[in-house]
Design a binder for this molecule. Structure first.
Ligand code: IMP
Length: 176
């Protein structure tokens, strides 16, 4: 049972996260066989997922990070995105796999894909742990998805509310 009163229903249990991430890694290993893939983790929320996914990869892979902030309220993004940290290396002719924590409206990702696409990677795909399809404002074109969840604000497994509750080992709804 969740210990803190603001933590609501557990939507994805730790065991389910583990199993699904293993399955995603199997797909990625198959799809990128013989290639070298650059994983681009979107900070901060994706860092648990990225670490657990990368541990399961057998294809040649490297990692880099971007940090973006989306203007808006703490629970609603506006689509106006600022890059707080850019990639350390060029991605031209690289196979890039963006690793996201959650796609909500899709606006942040849409900005990121336009930005990265302009750098002429050999391929550019997205792997998101969670999506809220009922909230999409743009079609986010996701190659790999862990779990589709309902329209609820969630915390845990890297996801935060005002920087807190990232440390929960499961994904739970936030009691607002
Ligand atoms: P979007 O631009 O609306 O798709 O929002 C994407 C970003 O908002 C994600 O990368 C998260 O950082 C944050 N976000 C959206 N929904 C949630 C949620 O339910 N919990 C925590 N963060 C969220």
């Amino acid at each position: 049972m969740p210990a803190q009163p603001e933590i609501g229903e557990i939507l994805v249990q730790s065991d389910d996260l583990r199993q699904r991430i293993r399955a995603l890694a199997t797909e990625i290993n198959r799809d990128y066989e013989g290639k070298s893939v650059l994983l681009v983790g979107v900070l901060k929320g994706a860092f648990f997922f990225l670490a657990d996914l990368m541990r399961q990869l057998e294809v040649e892979c490297e990692v880099d990070f971007m940090a973006v902030s989306s203007y808006g309220s703490s629970t609603e993004s506006s689509g106006v995105v600022r890059i707080l940290k850019d990639l350390d290396t060029p991605i031209q002719d690289r196979h890039v796999l963006v690793v996201e924590d959650i796609v909500d409206s899709g606006l942040t990702l849409s900005y990121l894909m336009k930005n990265l696409g302009a750098r002429q990677p050999a391929s550019l795909e997205v792997c998101s742990l969670l999506t809220k399809p009922s909230r999409f404002k743009v079609d986010p074109k996701l190659r790999y998805v862990g779990f589709e969840i309902p329209d609820q604000f969630v915390v845990g497994y890297g996801l935060d509310v005002d920087q807190r509750l990232r440390n929960l080992p499961y994904v739970a709804a936030l009691k607002q």
